[in-house]
Design a protein around this ligand. Structure first.
Ligand code: NAD
Ligand code: 6OD
Length: 487
């Protein structure tokens, strides 16, 4: 697939070229990681047709235990080719090798195993019906796949987010056409080799490359052969996709943007709180939808938390992904850096103080063509400042003092997003109470991004529609048919 740095589409079990190629840029130094074949309308159409044919072919005759066995085999092959996946993910994103190993690729294998286990163990409703007139019936539900599912995913955790959707879709017997981000096409394509090697029939997993509007993404969303769309990305893109599928009334599952808050109470274990914030603000250079960008700190410990977090931010090591001491990679692209730098300028214009960072670092050694940016913390901005209202998606947070629990809850909930929150306290009653009052899909207490793949995942408000994870994924990727047998 990526031989000689060329990335192709994957349709009906074959790698497919097109007339148009675009560059896949390595954000570490701006070099070209690969040349990518962009899928035009006819390639997208052939991918959807291949998926439809596979849906009605031998794949449809496999039961859940057989599909689960294939999913486990996929996980085994990912692990056997672990280093290839790490290298591909790192070349596309510039993230530290350690991060790609611990989060991205490890979770890809875990996603396939989790949904193999789940689909093997989960039943559906059955009722013995006894009507007042004496008739009796057995009602039971069969799980049917949704059909051909379009899977559109972003660049920040490319393989993790792709497999989070592909694994349950295949577990439920669907076929998929996936559209990875134009910025990170490699691991979705490598997965095509793995899926074939694991013995999954041709056409079950297809990959089309390209951009959104006017390209593969948009072609997929308007294709009449698509039975549902699962999407992770920006809220505004979710809105465009919803409009594109609405004439055909297809189901959508959306995991969208966030403007996540952390609340630090004065009774928190401050060392643990600062450790947690260091992860929640700066992991993956702040490019995780769950990352904290607003930190509300109770006034008696405000200065101490600001100083300690600034010290941790200053100690982050920006550098080449393969160097052991590197903690922090570049942003995904220089275009994205322009957007993030717009907020650095906004901070200056609105009188917010950068207690650390605030600029583009000069790293030298061939890295200056990359998308590097300094991890940055601001004070002196309030909830009315766009710094605290808009998703920035960089290694940044604004810290704001508060006095009472009610005030902290009101500040944290004062947003149009609703993805995740983190509550830091040693008072467990308060932890449960405040976590439950957060208007979000995921509320953590004294931790961040600790995941159980059986639990519901998704967002409220602008952060999404629906929940995936565990049985919630099975609900989206399948449709129950009720059978009623009079006894
Ligand atoms: P994006 O919305 O720009 O792109 C995501 C995907 O959609 C890409 O594959 C892109 O090519 C495609 N796309 C863009 N326009 C399209 C269109 N008109 N039709 C069809 N497809 C289209 O998002 P991004 O910049 O790649 O990713 C960052 C965003 O993703 C952030 O907002 C982040 O919060 C969000 N995100 C959310 C979650 C979550 O679970 N809630 C997880 C990761 C990222
Ligand atoms: O952990 C997951 O399952 C998940 N969907 C994480 C999303 C992270 C956002 O960037």
């Amino acid at each position: 697939m990526t031989s000689a740095g060329v990335v192709r589409n994957f349709v009906g079990g074959q790698f497919v070229e097109s007339g148009e190629l675009f560059d896949d840029i390595n954000p570490v130094d701006g070099s070209v990681a690969a040349r990518v074949h962009e899928a035009d309308e006819s390639i997208v159409d052939s991918a959807v047709r291949a998926a439809r044919k596979a849906l009605d072919g031998p794949w449809s005759r496999l039961g859940a235990p057989q599909r689960a066995a294939l999913l486990r085999r996929i996980a085994d092959v990912i692990e056997a080719r672990f280093d290839e996946f790490v290298a591909a993910e790192v070349a596309d994103t510039g993230k530290p090798v350690s991060l790609a190993r611990q989060i991205d690729v490890a979770r890809a294998a875990a996603n396939f195993r989790a949904f193999a286990d789940l689909v093997s163990a989960t039943g559906l409703d059955s009722f013995l019906t006894e009507l007042p007139d004496g008739r009796r019936a057995l009602n039971y539900a069969l799980r049917k796949p949704l059909g051909v599912v379009g899977v559109i995913v972003p660049w920040n955790l490319p393989l993790l987010l792709l497999t989070w959707k592909v694994a349950p879709a295949l577990a439920c017997g669907n076929t998929v056409v996936v559209k990875p981000s134009e910025l990170t096409p490699a691991t979705a394509t490598l997965l095509a080799e793995v899926i074939t090697e694991a013995g999954v029939p041709d056409g079950v997993y297809n990959v089309v490359h390209g951009f959104g509007a006017g390209s593969a993404g948009a072609h997929l969303t308007v294709h009449p052969g698509i039975d549902g769309i699962t999407f992770t990305g920006e809220s505004s893109t979710g809105s465009t996709i919803m409009a594109a599928v609405s004439p055909r009334v297809r189901p959508v599952s959306f995991e969208l943007g966030g403007k996540n808050a952390a609340i630090v109470f004065a009774d928190a274990d401050l060392k643990r709180a600062v450790d947690t914030l260091t992860r929640s603000v700066f992991t993956n250079t702040g490019q995780v939808c769950l990352c904290t960008e607003r930190v509300y700190v109770q006034r008696p410990v405000f200065d101490e938390v600001v100083a300690a977090l600034a010290e941790r931010a200053a100690a982050l090591r920006l550098g080449r992904p393969e160097e052991a001491e590197t903690t922090t990679g570049p942003l995904i692209s220089t275009e994205h850096r322009e957007k993030v730098l717009g907020y650095y300028r906004l901070a200056e214009e609105t009188g917010a103080q950068a207690v650390v960072g605030g600029a583009v670092p000069r790293l030298g050694a061939g890295l200056d063509g990359g998308a590097w940016i300094e991890p940055t913390l601001w004070t002196g901005a309030g909830n009315d400042n766009r710094l605290l209202r808009e998703e920035i998606f960089g290694p940044v947070a604004a810290l704001v003092p508060f006095d009472t629990e009610d005030e902290a809850v009101a500040l944290a909930n004062d947003t149009s997003y609703g993805l995740a929150a983190t509550v830091l306290t040693t008072d467990l009653d308060r932890g449960h109470r405040v976590a439950g009052r957060m208007r979000v899909g995921i509320s953590w207490v004294n931790t961040w991004f600790l995941r159980d793949l059986r639990s519901p995942f998704g967002g409220s408000g602008l952060s999404g529609i629906g929940r995936e994870g565990g049985e919630h994924s099975l609900h989206f990727y399948s449709e129950p048919t009720n059978v009623c047998v009079e006894l």
